[in-house]
Design a protein. Structure first.
Length: 94
């Protein structure tokens, strides 16, 4: 084999590997987004722990305040969920 044919074959292999890794990353992101979207629709996300609810507001972290705010409105939570689901579907197709 000549070095030219080896270089061509190596480049083709690296292109296939890159394409396969890109596809795997897209599908991984799609299924992750899909899981988070359905978790929001089923009420498994944006819930606040009872231990956080009983604290005075000045003792609650900004994270929990934001988390509670997102979960307060079912419309807003649903909008985020459907956006994640739509994004996951779009990642599955070119």
């Amino acid at each position: 084999m000549s070095s030219l044919s080896q270089a061509v074959r190596s480049k083709a292999m690296s292109e296939r590997l890159r394409a396969a890794l890109y596809l795997a990353a897209r599908w991984y992101a799609a299924f992750t987004l899909l899981g988070y979207g359905f978790a929001k629709l089923m009420g498994a996300q944006f819930t606040v722990l009872d231990s956080v609810v009983v604290r005075p507001l000045d003792q609650v972290s900004p994270f929990w305040l934001t988390w509670y705010y997102f979960g307060l409105s079912p419309v807003y939570s649903g909008l985020i969920a459907w956006t994640q689901i739509a994004g996951s579907v779009l990642l599955c197709f070119r």
